[in-house]
Ligand binder design. Structure first.
Ligand code: SF4
Ligand code: SF4
Ligand code: SF4
Length: 200
C-alpha cells in the first residue's frame, strides 16, 4: 500500500477550505500551516489567468527530509506516510533545508490565537505540538486510523481532492492519475511525490 492524493486544479476554486480544515483538525498554532493554497498568475494583460494550487507535504517515495535527519525523528510508515517523532526531533531543521517543497515548519513557540490564555480547544489540541521541533502534514493519520478521510479531502466543497492507495489500480486515486494524466509537482527533483495534480 502506498497512500497518495490527487488534487484537481480544474475543480479547485481557491477557497482555502482545505487549509482551514487542516488547522481545525490538527490544532496547528499560529504561523504553522501544514496545508497552504497559493495563487499563481500567468499571461500578460488583458490575457491573464489566476489559478489556485494547494500545497502540503508530498509524502515522497524517496524523501530528502528523511535522508538528512540525524536522529531518526523523520521516518516512513509502511503505508508510505512520512512522519515525525517529536520525541526524537532536536529542532536542527536540516529537514527543512532539504525539503524542496518547503512543506515543513519550525515551531518556535506554541502560542494561542487569542489574548487571555489558551482556549480549551487549544489546551487539548496543542498536546500534539512541541516547541522547538519541526512539523508537517501527516496525511491526517489519526483520522485514517478511525476510518476517516484526511480533513482537507472531506471538507473540500469542490471535491477537488481524491485520497487513496496509489498501488491499487482499481482505486479512485489511481484511476484519476491514469485517466486524467495527473502529474506530481517538479518530478525532476527526484523525490517521487505521492501527490498528483490534474492540470487546470
Ligand atoms: S478546499 Fe478544495 S476548492 Fe477549496 S482551496 Fe482547497 S482544494 Fe481548492
Ligand atoms: S515533501 Fe518534503 S517534507 Fe514531505 S516527504 Fe517530501 S521531502 Fe519530506
Ligand atoms: S492530509 Fe490532513 S494534515 Fe495533511 S494537509 Fe490535509 S488536512 Fe492537513
Amino acid at each position: 500500500m502506498r497512500l497518495g492524493m490527487v488534487i484537481d486544479l480544474k475543480k479547485c476554486i481557491g477557497c482555502y477550505g482545505c487549509a482551514a480544515a487542516c488547522k481545525a483538525e490538527n490544532a496547528t498554532p499560529p504561523g504553522v500551516l501544514w496545508c497552504r493554497v497559493v495563487k499563481v498568475e500567468s499571461g500578460t494583460y488583458p490575457q491573464v489567468r489566476r489559478i489556485s494550487v494547494p500545497l502540503q507535504c508530498n509524502h515522497c517515495g524517496d524523501p530528502e527530509c528523511l535522508k538528512v535527519c540525524p536522529t531518526g525523528a523523520t521516518f516512513k510508515h509502511e503505508n508510505g506516510i512520512v512522519d515525525i517523532d517529536h520525541e526524537l526531533c532536536v529542532g536542527c531543521r536540516y529537514c527543512m533545508m532539504a525539503c524542496p517543497y518547503q512543506a515543513r515548519t519550525f515551531q518556535h513557540q506554541v502560542l494561542g490565537y487569542f489574548p487571555g490564555g489558551l482556549t480549551p480547544y487549544e489546551q487539548r489540541g496543542y498536546q500534539r505540538h512541541q516547541e522547538g521541533t519541526v512539523s508537517k502534514c501527516n496525511f491526517c493519520l489519526p483520522r485514517l486510523e478511525r476510518g476517516l478521510e484526511p480533513a482537507c479531502v472531506a471538507n473540500c466543497m469542490s471535491r477537488a481532492r481524491i485520497f487513496g492507495d496509489l498501488d491499487d489500480p482499481t482505486s479512485e486515486v489511481a484511476r484519476a492519475i491514469r485517466e486524467k494524466g495527473a502529474q506530481p509537482l517538479y518530478p525532476e527533483l527526484g523525490t517521487d511525490p505521492s501527490i498528483f495534480y490534474i492540470a487546470p
